[in-house]
Design a protein around this ligand. Structure first.
Ligand SMILES: [Zn+2]
Length: 348
C-alpha cells in the first residue's frame, strides 16, 4: 500500500494532514488524532512499502482502532492518492510519464497509459533539428515505434539532437541509429504497410501538400509543423473528416492573399531558415504534447487551430482554423471505402 509516485504526506496543523500539493491531485484530511497523523506518515515511504497488516499493527501502536485504519485507507483509495498498481516491486523506479499521469488522472492508471504508448507507432517526416527533437521526445515519452523519413543530410544547424560527427551524413541513417542507442527498446524497422497512429510532418516555410493531402483520403491523423522566418507553427492537427486539413488552411490563406499559391510554391524550393535551438525545442515540445494527447485520447488544442510560437515569447498564439467550403476534405473522408460498405448495409 503506497501513495502514487511523487505524492507526499504533509503536516498542516494539529489534526490536519494533506497528501500532495496541486489541487488537481491533492487531498486534505481533517479531524485526525495525533496517532492517525503519525499513521498516515508511514505511507510516505519510497523503499519499504507497508502492507495493510503493517498499517493495522502500526495503528495499534498509535492507539488507532483497526476499523478506523481501514476507514482512512478506504478514504485515501477513493480520493485517488493510493497507487492502483498493487504488484509493483518496492523501490523499483517508475517511468516519469507513468508517475505524472498517475498523479494527474486520479481515476486513471499511468501504467496502462504508458503501455498503450508502447504499442503506438508515430511517423516523423522531416528530421532536421526540430524533427529529431520531436522523435527523441516521443521516444522518451514511451512511444514504442517510430518510422523516420528524410532524404536530406545532417546540417551544422542540426547539431544538438545530432552529434557534430553526424554532419554531412544521411539523416535517415543517423536519426534511427542515435535514437536506438538512447532507447534500445525503440522499434524503427517497421513493415512498409504498418499504419502510423499519427504522422508528424516537419517542413520549412509551408506544409508539403504532396506528402500530406493523400493522408486525408487514407484517414491518417497528421500534424504539420512548419518552421517559418520567425516562428514555428504547430497544427492544425488533421483528423480526417473532423475539422480542417492543410488544404483548408491554404485556401483560407489564398482568400486573404491571392498571391499565396505562388508564394507557397516557391517556399517549397528555397533553403530552410536557420532557427535558434531553443525555439526549435519549444515548437518540438508543443508538437509532442499534441501527438501524445492524440495517442492518449485527450482533447487536442490543435484539432481546429494552430499554435504559433516565436523566440519573442514562450506564449504561443492560438489561431483557429475552420473547414474551407471549397476544400471537400470532409466529403473525401465520408467516401472512404470502409464507410461506403458500412453505409450500404444500413437499412433504408
Ligand atoms: Zn480541407
Amino acid at each position: 500500500m503506497r501513495l502514487r509516485s511523487g505524492l507526499s504526506v504533509l503536516w498542516r496543523r494539529e489534526g490536519e494532514s494533506q497528501i500532495g500539493v496541486d489541487p488537481r491531485c491533492a487531498v486534505v484530511l481533517e479531524n485526525l488524532s495525533a496517532g492517525e497523523q503519525r499513521l498516515l506518515d508511514r505511507l510516505d515511504v519510497e523503499t519499504v512499502e507497508p502492507s495493510e497488516a503493517d498499517l493495522l499493527r502500526a495503528g495499534r501502536a498509535e492507539g488507532v482502532r483497526a476499523r478506523r485504519v481501514r476507514e482512512l485507507l478506504e478514504l485515501l483509495r477513493r480520493s485517488g492518492v493510493l497507487d492502483p498498481v498493487t504488484d509493483r516491486v518496492a523501490g523499483a523506479p517508475v517511468a516519469p510519464e507513468e508517475a505524472y499521469w498517475s498523479r494527474l488522472l486520479p481515476d486513471g492508471d499511468g501504467r496502462d497509459l504508458f503501455a498503450r504508448r508502447g504499442r503506438a507507432m508515430v511517423e516523423v517526416v522531416g528530421l532536421d533539428h526540430v524533427g529529431m527533437r520531436i522523435a527523441t521526445q516521443l521516444a522518451e515519452a514511451g512511444v514504442g515505434a517510430l518510422r523516420l523519413e528524410d532524404d536530406g543530410r545532417v546540417q551544422p544547424s542540426d547539431v544538438g539532437p545530432y552529434d557534430s560527427l553526424d554532419v554531412g551524413r544521411r539523416r535517415s541513417v543517423r536519426a534511427p541509429a542515435r535514437l536506438r542507442s538512447l532507447f534500445p527498446a525503440l522499434r524503427t524497422e517497421l513493415p512498409p504497410d504498418a499504419r502510423p497512429d499519427v504522422l508528424v510532418a516537419v517542413s520549412s516555410g509551408v506544409a508539403d501538400p504532396v506528402r500530406l493531402l493523400p493522408l486525408v483520403r487514407d484517414d491518417v491523423a497528421h500534424l504539420p509543423v512548419v518552421v517559418g522566418d520567425v516562428d514555428v507553427v504547430v497544427g492544425p492537427t488533421v483528423v480526417p473528416g473532423h475539422g480542417p486539413c492543410t488544404r483548408c488552411v491554404d485556401l483560407h490563406r489564398t482568400d486573404t492573399d491571392p498571391a499565396w499559391p505562388a508564394v507557397a510554391t516557391q517556399l517549397r524550393c528555397i533553403p530552410p531558415p536557420v532557427t535558434p535551438a531553443h525555439l526549435g525545442q519549444l515548437g518540438a515540445a508543443m508538437a509532442v504534447n499534441q501527438v501524445l494527447a492524440a495517442l492518449d485520447g485527450r482533447e487536442l488544442v490543435t484539432q481546429q487551430a494552430s499554435l504559433e510560437v516565436s523566440a519573442l515569447s514562450p506564449l504561443p498564439v492560438l489561431r483557429p482554423w475552420a473547414v474551407h467550403p471549397e476544400c471537400g476534405c470532409q466529403d473525401v473522408s465520408m467516401a472512404r471505402p470502409g464507410e461506403q460498405e458500412r453505409q450500404s448495409v444500413r437499412p433504408a
